[in-house]
Design a protein around this ligand. Sequence first.
Ligand SMILES: *[C@@H]1O[C@H](CO)[C@@H](O)[C@H](O)[C@H]1NC(C)=O
Ligand SMILES: *[C@@H]1O[C@H](CO)[C@@H](O)[C@H](O)[C@H]1NC(C)=O
Ligand SMILES: *[C@@H]1O[C@H](CO)[C@@H](O)[C@H](O)[C@H]1NC(C)=O
Ligand SMILES: *[C@@H]1O[C@H](CO)[C@@H](O)[C@H](O)[C@H]1NC(C)=O
Ligand SMILES: *[C@@H]1O[C@H](CO)[C@@H](O)[C@H](O)[C@H]1NC(C)=O
Ligand SMILES: *[C@@H]1O[C@H](CO)[C@@H](O)[C@H](O)[C@H]1NC(C)=O
Length: 516
Amino acid sequence: MASPTNYDKRPHHHPSSLWFSSLNLVLLLMAPLVVFLLLVSTLSPQHPSTLYPLSFSSYRSSIVQEPTFNNSIVNGSFTDSSSLEAETDFFAPNVPFSDAIMEKETPQLEEMSKNKESEGIVKRNSKLERIEANLARVRSSIKEAALVRNLSSIHQDPDYVPQGPIYRNANPFHRSYLEMEKLFKIYVYKEGEPPMFHNGPCRSIYSSEGRFIHELEKGNFYRTQDPDEALVYFLPFSVVMLVHYLYNPGNFKTDAIGRVVVDYVDVISGKHPYWNRSLGADHFMLSCHDWGPRASSYVPHLFHKSIRVLCNANTSEGFNPSKDASFPEINLLTGEVEGLLGGPSPSRRSILAFFAGRLHGYIRYLLLNEWKDKRDPDVQVFDQLPRGVSYTSKLKDSRFCLCPSGYEVASPRIVEAIYAECVPVLISDNYVPPFSDVLNWKAFSIQVAVKDIPNIKKILMGISQRQYLRMQRRVKQVQRHFVVNASPKRYDVFHMINHSIWLRRLNIQVRDFDHS
Ligand SMILES: *[C@@H]1O[C@H](CO)[C@@H](O)[C@H](O)[C@H]1NC(C)=O
Ligand SMILES: *[C@@H]1O[C@H](CO)[C@@H](O)[C@H](O)[C@H]1NC(C)=O
Ligand SMILES: *[C@@H]1O[C@H](CO)[C@@H](O)[C@H](O)[C@H]1NC(C)=O
Ligand SMILES: *[C@@H]1O[C@H](CO)[C@@H](O)[C@H](O)[C@H]1NC(C)=O
Ligand SMILES: *[C@@H]1O[C@H](CO)[C@@H](O)[C@H](O)[C@H]1NC(C)=O
Ligand SMILES: *[C@@H]1O[C@H](CO)[C@@H](O)[C@H](O)[C@H]1NC(C)=O
């Protein structure tokens, strides 16, 4: 097996010794701002229950290098495309999460020597000041936009004007989006080699992770080559790849994965000034793997301070919607969305509710247990579809599509339902749905509490035809925010993830301690 740390050879320090060695470093502080209140209370006036991030990277090979060893993840062959249940079988993620969180000492950051101040630092700081001044202006412009109480954005836009109840508040969202297009810049660290860095799966259940990493690598939109100009910094590792190459299913140990993440942060914080100045708060990682949270837990600042863009947005596993972003899980078996989008009108949908999927996790257990053997023609729940029955056509024949959590909180069924124009029914605990900072999920989805699984039919039958038609129309409207385009289009899923990251960056202020 290739060495996991071939991105940069340097003597390995014990991670904590690094924090105590006296170093010439410019310490910057992150001051949490009221902005999140702005974003959560105006863009998202309800309970801060969902979020979503995204961003991009620059770097070496935009071409995926095929690993010389096992490349089955790269080409997606590890998913069983004959079954619906690609979910997370593959890595049998059954170790209790809490065992993986390592309590480490918080670094002592007071001791900094200031003797190495160079012109470079001064220049960097003036750039930083300019960036922060711009962001301050943006914050107040979004706040101002939030004062407009209108269902429709009042900004001009040639492509799309956000409007209607699918948004928490269309006008400040639109303003924020337009400002993002002007100002957002992402720097992708170049350190790290494929296949574990700068690479990721583009098909299968984990496709969102790989697709996003690849988009960042291409960097057509907001990527910058000058790290001093960046608003955020991307740590381009793929947890799917780390697990694939480094996890030994025999002993359930994830230490090797943790070591690579620790080493990587060690390398970039040693070589570049940016990690230390914010303690990672303007850095982000991205993962669709169940173990995204666990992989980040090996570096306490990554876990507690950085922006973590995660499919597994489980608030019981430390997901914090004010700094982390929920990433939609999208299962692209072929890598393409063609044929998945659209469906018949509501009057031609004969099934009330539909689900097919294996018994993954306790919520599925409750659902299957309750409904599978009832064979109720209205609520069709399968662990395995009968032969010859097409999954996609079932989605399209249904009015509501049940989306229970599996081994992790996120379910690819949410996006499948939205693609098929079937109203999603979220059944989960502690899940923050994607883009909840911007989208008003209640307008286009139903949330059923786990304890109400036996009452699903009653709940869904209780929704009036008028209300259903409204929701279904909104599902069609919101679809654009979940579509994966071969080359990204404005307001599509990649841009929305970027927007989630951008919003999180707006919520913090980075300062240089020595120069303020
Ligand atoms: C950042 O801080 C760590 C730990 O204190 C130190 O080892 C590293 O050299 C610092 N990085 C820079 C660029 O000064
Ligand atoms: C690659 O995967 C196959 C099938 O899972 C396995 O039998 C083989 O040992 C793997 N090879 C390496 C080099 O890991
Ligand atoms: C994917 O990679 C695996 C392992 O190398 C190989 O056996 C399989 O044929 C490949 N599949 C495709 C579709 O390329
Ligand atoms: C509110 O939105 C409508 C379009 O939906 C627009 O015609 C109207 O001018 C807006 N009101 C204000 C105060 O901007
Ligand atoms: C998101 O932003 C990054 C960096 O700005 C950019 O490289 C990437 O292309 C964007 N993604 C999409 C899909 O627009
Ligand atoms: C969310 O996290 C908690 C705590 O680790 C765990 O018990 C629960 O099973 C997770 N939810 C899902 C659906 O995996």
